[in-house]
Each structure stands twice: as structure tokens, then as C-alpha cells.
Design a binder for this molecule. Structure first.
Ligand code: HEC
Ligand code: HEC
Length: 335
């Protein structure tokens, strides 16, 4: 029910806001009107409230690292060379992990250590950070006790200071996608990409470097400098959910997505289709992802699987028959 209400209410509320703001004199104090259906979205603390003590100093450094990762620990990093590419954490964890529905860090600290199916192990927050350094960034792990690792974890902890241990909050996951009956279609996705995304991310998905070549103005989406096979955004549904609330940048918002659910899935399918273009492979292939196949994410397109659906169907869908079959066999149907 809620999404329908939102669809009707939001335009109405924004219309009222626009009318109201036109009549405002400059001295009228700004009123923040939050539509009732959004009040439960978690709001992270303001950066001006970072304490002025030693912990706060680490939080500030951690935020700096998340925003300007390549500068500090990139291939030509000033404090160490750890990342294999010049992306910054904030390219995916938008606004430094503080934007709702943009791979935020809201409840991350509250949920670690946690069991991870991909490794079939319980991982600490530090190990999870290193996952992102090794996979989307194709890098080498940071020492767990390095100042940089401790700082990033302090920052992630500070963002989630008000989240009870073990809890989730609204906005810590990307927007939901309604799964269609059909498979995601990379060919349709190619058309959407050409008209909606390539202007920033490039016709070859290569992105655009800053004038000093230190990092990206627009990060790459495939090719040798993009995220690896097997990293989280390589999964079509996970990527589609991110696109829905956030891309095209500065046009789509979680309150007003620009593409519909099927378009998000199609463009995510195109971006992640290795038959059309390539991306870096996992370095250590000796250790397979999801050694326990029962916990393999449903949209992870590399077999073996606990069911008999093909790699192609796991990657592009249709997902509903897989979910149905797994439920009938009392098996987990997790994304
Ligand atoms: C106006 C420029 C612009 C357009 C158009 C745009 N993006 Fe982006 N995109 C960005 C920027 C900038 C970032 C990094 C955000 C940040 O650092 O705050 C980004 C980040 C991303 C990321 C995560 C980082 C990565 O490289 O993996 C994905 C995925 C993505 N965009 C997909 C898309 C898709 C799909 C479209 C088309 C539907 C699209 N973008 C359209 C500018 C754009
Ligand atoms: C190309 C995109 C991308 C880049 C770059 C990236 N990550 Fe991630 N990261 C993801 C995705 C996708 C997830 C999974 C989010 C989910 O499950 O909703 C994730 C998950 C995480 C998590 C676990 C969050 C949770 O709540 O479970 C942490 C912590 C994390 N990343 C830290 C980092 C750090 C630190 C960096 C920079 C060194 C980084 N990431 C760079 C895409 C990226």
C-alpha cells in the first residue's frame, strides 16, 4: 500500500512546497516538511556534531578516506598503494555512506560481525571493508590495525551511533524492485544506457577521469578499471536497486526515481553482461565464492547451484520461478 500512497502524495506535497516557497519572504525561517510516510527514514548525524576529541579525529580522517579514497590509498596513494583502481568508496556508498537507499552505512556497524555467505564465514567490519578493497577496488587488503582501517571503521560506527545493535533502519538498503515475469534484457538495457547513462559514464563504460587523472569525475561501469566479477554490484538485482533511487546522478532520487523497475533491471543486465563487455576477474580463484551453495545469493550468476536453474537464469531472471521452487523445497531464496 505504502508505495501507492507515496506516489500520489509526494507530487502533491512537493507542489504545495513550491507554491509555499514562492510566497516566502527571505526572512521566513525555512521549514523542513517531511511527508509523513518518510519520517521513518533514518537520518544520520550531522558532520558538525563529530566530537572534538581523539575519536572524532579518527572519524574525520575516516570520512576523508571514504570520500577521497584514491588520493590516500589508490594506485598512486599518498599513504599507501592498496587499491587497484581510482574509484572512491563514495562513488557507490553515496555521500560517504550517508545517503538513504544509496548503499548507505546507516546500520552497518550495528550488524557486524556477521555471517557472510560469499565467504561462508563470520566476518568483522574490518574484513568487510577489505572485501570492498579487494573486489570492487581490485586491491590488496589493508592491514587490520592500520590507522586507515581503524579510521574508516570509526567513521562507519559514528554514522550508525543511534542504531541499536543488530537492527536495520529504513534507507540502509536500496529501494525495492518489483520482479517482472520476464528476464532482464541486456539489449533493451543497451538502449537505455546509450540515451540515459553514456553521457557521463562513457560509450565504453570507461567513465571520465578528473583533469589531474587522480580519480573519477564519473566512475567506470565496466572494463579493466571497474568493479570485479563477483563483487556486490555485479549482481543484476543488487545493481538495479541502486540505479532506481540514484541514477542518473542528480536526476533520480529515492523519492523520485527516473527509470521504472524493468528499465533498472535491463540496464543493470547490460552493464553486467560479460558476453557484451568484460571486467576484472577475481584474483584468487582457488577459493570459490559461496563455498556453501545453499547460501548463494539468488542473483549470483555463477554455478553450481542448489537448484537446477541455469547460470543465465540466475543472472538475468526470470527470478520468480527460482524463488517459488526454492520455497517449495524449503530452501533459502536470498538475494
Ligand atoms: C550526470 C552524470 C551521470 C549520469 C547521466 C549517470 N551517472 Fe551514474 N554516476 C555518476 C556519478 C558522478 C557517480 C558517482 C557518484 C558519487 O561519487 O557521488 C555515479 C555512480 C554510478 C554507479 C556506481 C559506481 C560505479 O562506477 O559502479 C553506477 C552503477 C552508476 N552510476 C550507474 C548509472 C546508470 C545505470 C546510469 C543511467 C541510468 C547513470 N549511472 C547515469 C554520474 C552519472
Ligand atoms: C563499485 C561499488 C563499490 C565501491 C567502490 C565500494 N563498495 Fe562497499 N559495497 C558495495 C556494495 C554493492 C555493497 C553491498 C551493499 C548491500 O548489500 O546492500 C557494499 C558493502 C560494503 C560494506 C558492508 C555494508 C553493510 O551494511 O553490510 C562496507 C562496510 C563497505 N562496502 C565498505 C566500503 C569501503 C570502505 C569502500 C572503499 C574502500 C567501498 N566499500 C567501496 C559497493 C562498493
Amino acid at each position: 500500500m505504502l508505495p501507492t500512497i507515496k506516489k500520489v502524495l509526494l507530487p502533491a506535497i512537493s507542489a504545495i512546497l513550491i507554491i509555499a516557497s514562492c510566497n516566502q519572504t527571505p526572512t521566513t525561517p525555512k521549514e523542513t516538511v517531511i511527508p509523513t510516510s518518510d519520517t521513518s527514514v533514518f537520518s544520520p548525524p550531522d558532520t558538525s556534531s563529530i566530537p572534538n576529541d581523539q575519536f572524532g579525529e579518527m572519524v574525520r580522517y575516516g570520512r576523508e578516506l571514504i570520500l577521497h579514497t584514491a588520493h590516500y590509498i589508490g594506485p598512486e596513494g599518498t599513504v599507501g598503494k592498496y587499491l587497484g583502481n581510482k574509484m572512491n568508496c563514495t562513488n557507490c556508498h553515496l555521500d560517504g555512506g550517508m545517503r538513504p537507499f544509496g548503499y548507505s552505512f546507516f546500520s552497518s556497524y550495528a550488524r557486524y560481525p556477521q555471517y557472510r555467505g560469499r565467504e561462508n564465514e563470520v566476518l568483522t567490519m574490518e574484513q568487510r571493508v577489505n572485501n570492498c578493497i579487494e573486489r570492487p577496488h581490485s586491491g590488496i587488503p589493508l592491514p587490520l590495525d592500520s590507522k586507515e582501517m581503524v579510521a574508516m571503521v570509526c567513521y562507519i560506527r559514528w554514522i550508525g551511533s543511534n542504531v541499536p545493535v543488530g537492527k536495520r533502519v529504513k534507507g540502509d538498503e536500496c529501494l525495492e524492485i518489483e520482479l517482472p515475469e520476464r528476464a532482464a534484457d541486456p539489449n533493451k538495457g543497451a538502449q537505455i544506457y546509450a540515451t540515459t547513462c553514456s553521457v557521463c559514464h562513457g560509450v565504453n563504460g570507461e567513465g571520465k577521469l578528473t583533469p589531474d587523472s587522480a580519480t573519477y569525475l564519473y566512475p567506470p561501469l565496466w572494463g579493466p578499471t571497474s568493479y570485479q566479477v563477483g563483487s556486490s554490484p555485479y549482481r543484476v538485482v543488487k545493481l538495479a536497486r541502486f540505479i532506481k533511487g540514484n541514477m542518473p546522478d542528480k536526476i533520480a532520487t529515492w523519492k523520485k526515481p527516473a527509470l521504472n523497475d524493468e528499465q533498472c533491471l535491463d540496464v543493470a543486465a547490460f552493464i553486467n553482461d560479460d558476453r557484451i563487455h568484460s571486467r576484472p576477474q577475481k584474483k584468487n580463484k582457488a577459493i570459490p565464492d559461496y563455498p556453501n551453495i545453499a547460501s548463494k545469493a539468488l542473483d549470483y550468476g555463477i554455478g553450481p547451484f542448489i537448484d537446477s536453474f541455469s547460470e543465465e537464469q540466475h543472472k538475468f531472471g526470470p527470478f520468480k520461478p527460482i524463488i517459488k521452487w526454492r520455497k517449495e523445497h524449503k530452501l533459502p531464496a536470498n538475494f
